[in-house]
Design a protein around this ligand. Sequence first.
Ligand SMILES: [Fe+2]
Length: 266
Amino acid sequence: MKIIQITDTHLMPPGMVVNGVDPEKQLRAAVADIIEKHSDADLGVMTGDLCNFGDPEAYTLLKDILAPVPFEMRLLLGNHDDRRNFRAAFSDHPVDDQGFIQSALDTPYGRLLFLDSHEPRTIGGMYGKDRLGWLENALEGAGEQPVTVFIHHPPMDCGIAHFEHIGMHDGGRLMQRLTAHPAGVRHIVFGHIHVLLAGTTAEGIAFSSGQACAHRFITDLDAPAPLWTGGHPCYRIVTLSKRGFHAFSVDVGEVPTAQAVICAGP
Ligand SMILES: [Fe+2]
């Protein structure tokens, strides 16, 4: 199963720049590359911060950019989004019975969970009783299937100083509940941190982030106020198969410098 992950697109009304980067230009280039090379994907997931200020015009622009994508897209909210404006623009998108942008999808390789950690006027993530009930049912429904989780905010400490106070404000409850799923968590996929990260929790659960498609940080683990930079439009190819979970990062527009030889082995 092939899934395309795009994250932190931070769309603005057309022509506006955020931290020196034109988010519309970035996303249009990423989507064009995805359509050209991965129209066989089974699913696309955008892991939040779809729009920079959550305004209706930016969600309309997002809808326009995604219109030619030939596979289903599941969209998650980040701290920059606005749930009401998102739902107005994407009225057909799956939501839970409380109106949170949460859903599940069963695949031959386990259940995919799409979680909503957005809380208005809060930069960090929230995942409280208002949405844990839905998760409880979704995990029970998964039964003996492992789950793969998609969420905007990393539900564990990401180890970067800038995010020390804007991580998941839940005292570790979401991770505790996921860790208790008897069939296991295959991977936790997130955005929010605007750099690539891969790791495992103390309990051994694997996680990784996608690189932001819009502005990103020059990686600095210690600076409370790190520097923004631009970069290639980007996305990840995530595969779920009998071999497990794999995620491959793609930068759009790289300039080739040479061609590799064929390596026949050994
Ligand atoms: Fe972001």
